[in-house]
Design a protein around this ligand. Structure first.
Ligand code: SF4
Length: 65
């Protein structure tokens, strides 16, 4: 199986939050690095829908980000 990184990864804030130690690396491991299209951010991006920077891949809002 070929594993691809999400096409939004270079510009997605989730990567930066993980790099800064503000989010658990599990988010990039379980979504971004394996092109998980269940990511709510991904789906909204594809549909051109607004989504806040602090919305996690599962759609939860993380207030302290
Ligand atoms: S959070 Fe979602 S949209 Fe952003 S890079 Fe990861 S998988 Fe892609």
């Amino acid at each position: 199986m070929k594993i691809k990184t999400c096409k939004w990864y270079p510009v997605c804030p989730i990567k930066y939050f993980v790099d800064q130690g503000k989010l658990d690396p599990k988010w990039v491991e379980e979504y971004c690095l394996v092109e998980n299209k269940n990511c709510v951010r991904y789906q909204m991006e594809e549909n051109g829908e607004f989504h806040p920077e602090n919305m996690l891949p599962n759609g939860d809002i993380q207030q302290d980000l």
